[in-house]
Design a protein around this ligand. Structure first.
Ligand SMILES: Cc1cc2nc3c(=O)[nH]c(=O)nc-3n(C[C@H](O)[C@H](O)[C@H](O)COP(=O)(O)O)c2cc1C
Length: 185
């Protein structure tokens, strides 16, 4: 698939089949993420791949964290939370390294890790997969970060949920770039 075609035709796919993805396919996605631009060659992304029961472990941590913070929620809320990572056969958490040198602003590492996320989405699309970039409260949850091996002050750029597309939705055309652009000539 041509790059521009991939960019123009990629859309979030939230509903995917339960069928697991071969490891070599997931590795192609990681390889694409690892090809993202990054300043000072720091490669600030950290990929944590969860498949199979690995997703259940993440769900258990999410539910436990939620119940510790909000113990009065109805028990079914925790069950729903526990099941969230099971929405796709593979979930890639993308963590961001804290800068190790004063010359590196943190925003550059976050930008590079975000570029890695977009590379993964585009690669997934080019391979005929469906993917969604998710964040929400779980990307800021201290217990989730601990489980993933990230420090509490590290950012999580996102969780990329990937699988074989179940249903591909119709998307309305996006507003033009024009109202987001100023030309200086
Ligand atoms: C940083 C970031 C975080 C996101 N978090 C979520 C999320 O938590 N839940 C969700 O449904 N979609 C999330 N999305 C996906 C966006 O909702 C989606 O990209 C947007 O609707 C545009 O649709 P498209 O991906 O088809 O272009 C996130 C996207 C980005 C870039």
């Amino acid at each position: 698939m041509d790059t521009l075609e991939a960019i123009k035709t990629r859309h979030t796919v939230g509903k995917v089949k339960a069928d697991s993805l071969p490891r070599d396919v997931i590795e192609k996605l990681l390889d694409a993420g690892n090809d993202a631009p990054n300043h000072h060659k720091v490669r600030p992304w950290r990929f944590v791949v969860m498949t199979g029961d690995g997703r259940k472990k993440l769900g258990d941590v999410m539910a436990a964290s939620q119940s510790a913070r909000q113990p009065d929620l109805p028990p079914e809320t925790f069950d729903k939370t526990r099941a969230l990572p099971l929405r796709a056969p593979a979930v890639i958490a993308v963590g961001v390294d804290k800068p190790t040198e004063a010359k590196i602003p943190e925003v550059e590492n976050i930008s590079a890790a975000s570029a890695a996320c977009q590379n993964i989405l585009l690669a997934a699309h080019a391979l005929g997969l469906g993917a969604i970039w998710r964040t929400g409260e779980w990307a800021r949850d201290a217990k989730v970060k601990e489980f993933l091996g990230f420090a509490e002050d590290q950012h999580i750029a996102g969780f990329i949920y990937i699988g074989y597309p179940e249903a591909v939705s119709e998307y309305p055309p996006r507003p033009s770039f024009e109202d987001r652009t100023r030309w200086i000539e």
